[in-house]
Design a protein around this ligand. Structure first.
Ligand code: NAD
Length: 497
C-alpha cells in the first residue's frame, strides 16, 4: 500500500474525500510511491475560507513576530535539510547533490523572508504643506495562492509562501501533482516553526483545482511557475478575474562562447549546465552559440559530455537522474528524432540509455547536436532534457541578434576574457538574467528572479524586493496635526505598553 498524500486545511493534515486520485511515481523505477487526491470543490472552499479567517488575525501580528516564525523555520529547514532532500529525490529522481541544492536555494529565500521588516518600510515626506506630512504604509493583501511545477519541489514553493506570509498574507499552495510529498513536509516544518493555524493551506490536483483558485473571489494574487502554455492561460484567466498574477514560464537559454574564453571553464560549465538535473531546469543552458573559431571546441565538448552518466539518486557516480515521467522521456526522444530528421548532426545520442538495476527508469543519456539552425524544432522548442544544441556564428553581434530574436528571455551567459565583450553583451541582450563566465546566473534572494519576454507574464518578479511589492499594497497617509491641539498642563501623561 502506498501512502495517500494529505491535504493541509485549517491547520490539519487530513484525507480528501475525493474519488479521483493520481498516482505519484519514483521516476527511477516508475513504481508508485503515493496516491494524490484531486481536491473536491468543498475542500478547496474550506481551505480558502480558513486562509481568509487566518488573515484577519495574522495581518495584525507584529512584523518582528512574523519574522521570528521565518527564523525558526530557517533553523528547522536546516536541521531537516538531508531528510527533505531524500523525500525530494524519491519523487523527482534527482541525485543527492541536486536535491540538496534544491532545498538549500529555498532556505535562502526563507532567510530573506526573515528580513521582511526592512522590505516593508514605507516612505515619508515631511511638510508636504504647512503642518502636513505624507507617508506610505506597505500592507498585506489577503489570501494569495501558488501553483508550482515538478522540477524544484522545495525551492519554488519556498520562493512563494514564506515571503507572502512574512508580509502578513495567508497562502494556499497547489504543488505539482507529480511531486507533492516535499510540500507536505515543508508544511509540517512550517507548523512546527510556529506558523499559526490556517496561514498556509495545501490542496492537490490539476487544472480543475487551479481553475477553482483562479476564479475564487477571495484569492488576491496568483504566483505560477511552469510551462509556457499554462503560464499564458494562468495569466489571462487570473487577470480576467482581477487578480494580480506573476507567471514564470519556460525557457531556451543560450551560452555565448567567445574564442578568447578559458576553454576548460567553457567545457566544464557547458556540460554541467546543460545535462545537470537531466536538463530539467528552467535556467539550464540548452543552446551553445560558438563565435568564430570557438566552434573547434565542439569535438572536446562531445568527449566531456559522453563522460556524464545518469543514475539513481544515491549513486555517487551519477551525474544526474531520470526524467520526471515516461511521457517526458517520450517527448524528449521524439525531439531528438526530429533533430536528426531535420538535418542536425547528432554528435552524441542519448536516446538508447540504460541504467543497471533500474530497467524501468526514464533515462536519457547526454545528447549533443551540432549544425543546428533556428528553424529546427530542437532549437525552437524547450526540450527540458539533457540535450545541448550548438549553433555557430561569426561575430558577437550575430550572437546577440540570434538570442534577441528567440522568444524566450529567462537566462543567458557569455564566456569570454574580454571585459568589453561582456559589457556589450550584458547591455544589449534582452534576457532577464545574464551570467558573465557564470553558466546559470540565478540571483540570490536579496535580488529578484527576473525572467523576461516569453519566459515571464506579469510585472513583479519572484523573491527579493519585487516579491514583497507583489504580495502587498501601498497606502499613503496625509496627516495634519494642529499645534492648538497639543495637550498642556499637569494631567499630561504618556502611556507606554
Ligand atoms: P506544467 O505547466 O505542466 O505544470 C505546472 C503547474 O501547472 C502544475 O502545478 C500543474 O498541475 C498545473 N497545470 C498543468 N496544466 C494545467 C492547466 N491546463 N491548467 C491549469 N493548471 C495546469 O509545468 P511542469 O512540467 O510541472 O514544469 C516544467 C516547466 O516549468 C518548464 O517549462 C520549465 O521551464 C518551467 N519552469 C519555469 C521556471 C521559471 O522560473 N521560469 C522555473 C521552473 C520551471
Amino acid at each position: 500500500m502506498t501512502q495517500s498524500v494529505p491535504l493541509f486545511i485549517d491547520g490539519e493534515f487530513c484525507q480528501s474525500q475525493s474519488n479521483d486520485w493520481i498516482e505519484v511515481t519514483n521516476p527511477a523505477t516508475n513504481k508508485p510511491i503515493a496516491q494524490l487526491p484531486c481536491t473536491l470543490d468543498e475542500e478547496m472552499q474550506r481551505a480558502i475560507e480558513s486562509a481568509e479567517k487566518a488573515f484577519m488575525s495574522w495581518k495584525h501580528v507584529a512584523v518582528s513576530d512574523r519574522a521570528r516564525v521565518m527564523l525558526n523555520y530557517q533553523q528547522l529547514l536546516k536541521e531537516h535539510h538531508d531528510e527533505l532532500a531524500e523525500i525530494l529525490s524519491q519523487e523527482t529522481g534527482k541525485i543527492t547533490l541536486d536535491a540538496k541544492g534544491d532545498v538549500w536555494r529555498g532556505i535562502e529565500v526563507v532567510e530573506q523572508a526573515a528580513n521582511i521588516a526592512s522590505n516593508m518600510m514605507g516612505e515619508t515626506v515631511e511638510n508636504v504643506a504647512t503642518d502636513i506630512d505624507t507617508y506610505s504604509l506597505i500592507q498585506p493583501l489577503g489570501v494569495c495562492c501558488g501553483i508550482t511545477p515538478f522540477n524544484f519541489p522545495a525551492m519554488i514553493p519556498l520562493w512563494m509562501f514564506p515571503i507572502a506570509i512574512a508580509a502578513g498574507n495567508t497562502f494556499v499552495l497547489k504543488p505539482s501533482e507529480q511531486v507533492p510529498l516535499t510540500s507536505i513536509r515543508l508544511a509540517e516544518l512550517f507548523e512546527q516553526a510556529g506558523a499559526p493555524k490556517g496561514v498556509l493551506q495545501i490542496v492537490h490536483g490539476g487544472k480543475q483545482q487551479v481553475d477553482y483558485l483562479l476564479a475564487h473571489p477571495k484569492i488576491r494574487t496568483v504566483s505560477f511557475v511552469g510551462s509556457v502554455p499554462v503560464a499564458q492561460y494562468i495569466y489571462h484567466t487570473g487577470t480576467s478575474h482581477n487578480k494580480r498574477v506573476q507567471a514564470f514560464a519556460g525557457a531556451k537559454n543560450h551560452m555565448v562562447v567567445m574564442p578568447d574564453a578559458n576553454k576548460n571553464q567553457v567545457l566544464t560549465n557547458l556540460v554541467g549546465s546543460s545535462v545537470g538535473a537531466a536538463g530539467q531546469r528552467c535556467m539550464a543552458i540548452s543552446v551553445a552559440v560558438f563565435v568564430g573559431s570557438a566552434k573547434e571546441w565542439i569535438a572536446d565538448l562531445k568527449t566531456e559530455m559522453a563522460k556524464m552518466k545518469p543514475g539513481a539518486w544515491n549513486d555517487q557516480d551519477a551525474a544526474y537522474g531520470p526524467l520526471i515521467s515516461q511521457q517526458a522521456k517520450t517527448r524528449v526522444l521524439n525531439l531528438i528524432s526530429e533533430g536528426k530528421a531535420q538535418g542536425a548532426v547528432c554528435e552524441l545520442d542519448g536516446s538508447q540509455c540504460e541504467v543497471e538495476g533500474f530497467p524501468d527508469g526514464n533515462w536519457v543519456g547526454p545528447t549533443l547536436f551540432s549544425g543546428v539552425s533556428t528553424e529546427m524544432s530542437i532549437y525552437k522548442q524547450e526540450i527540458f532534457g539533457p540535450v545541448l544544441v550548438c549553433i555557430e556564428v561569426d561575430t558577437l553581434e550575430q550572437a546577440i541578434e540570434l538570442i534577441n530574436s528567440n522568444p524566450y528571455g529567462n537566462g543567458t551567459s557569455i564566456f569570454t576574457a574580454s571585459g568589453a565583450a561582456a559589457r556589450k553583451y550584458q547591455h544589449e541582450i534582452q534576457v532577464g538574467q545574464v551570467g558573465v563566465n557564470v553558466p546559470i546566473p540565478v540571483p540570490l534572494p536579496f535580488f529578484s528572479f527576473t525572467g523576461w519576454r516569453g519566459s515571464f507574464y506579469g510585472d513583479l518578479h519572484a523573491y527579493g524586493k519585487q516579491a514583497v511589492r507583489f504580495y502587498t499594497e501601498t497606502k499613503t497617509v496625509t496627516a495634519r496635526w494642529f499645534d492648538d491641539d497639543i495637550p498642556t498642563g499637569p494631567n499630561l501623561t504618556i502611556h507606554l505598553r
